[in-house]
Ligand binder design. Sequence first.
Ligand SMILES: [Zn+2]
Length: 221
Amino acid sequence: MSQNRKIACYLTIILLLGCIVQGEMLWLKDILEAQILPEENVRGEFEIYRDTLELIWEEIVWFPVPASSSNEQAEVAFENSWMAERNYGGKRSHEGTDIMALTDQSDYYPVVSITEGTVEQVGWLEKGGYRIGIRSGNGNYYYYAHLASYAGEWEPGDPVEAGDILGYMGDTGYGPEGTTGQFPVHLHLGIYVPLGADKEMAVNPYWMLKYLENSKLTYSY
Ligand SMILES: [Zn+2]
């Protein structure tokens, strides 16, 4: 082999090796990029979540249980029981806040809508008893459960103003329709925010209720 052909051979081999190494580098780069989260999407989701929570703070008006003008004993109490264990219907976590009636009397305390909105769900649920769900204009869902009775004949689509009486606190649920007495009288409040087209996420209502504690209507009961 002539000297020139040898040099040409070496150069070809070096070129080929270079191509292979470069190809692998590009391949590795693709793999690495695929594993790093696209930062713009994360930022987008974070902003949607933040804006959604801000809308809750803007739309909540009244504490869901008014104060009594005539009965000093008619008080309520609530704790932060977010994600506490519940056992009825299988092990699950508590997605809400329970507002307990210190006067343990069903069908006594009125329950008002925290926000304006429209009635979306009404009627019996095995776990929720007689419940009513209000969808706010901003798209958030407020779920009031274990009611003893409703204030009127609510139908899905009915408009609701903040402060309208939805029903009366009770101890319904944990069984077939009409079941009562499985737990003390209380209002279970759940708040759900939309995440995209058909996903929902429960948020902890405790902080909203703490914020609303000084915004109670006063009714005679
Ligand atoms: Zn509850």
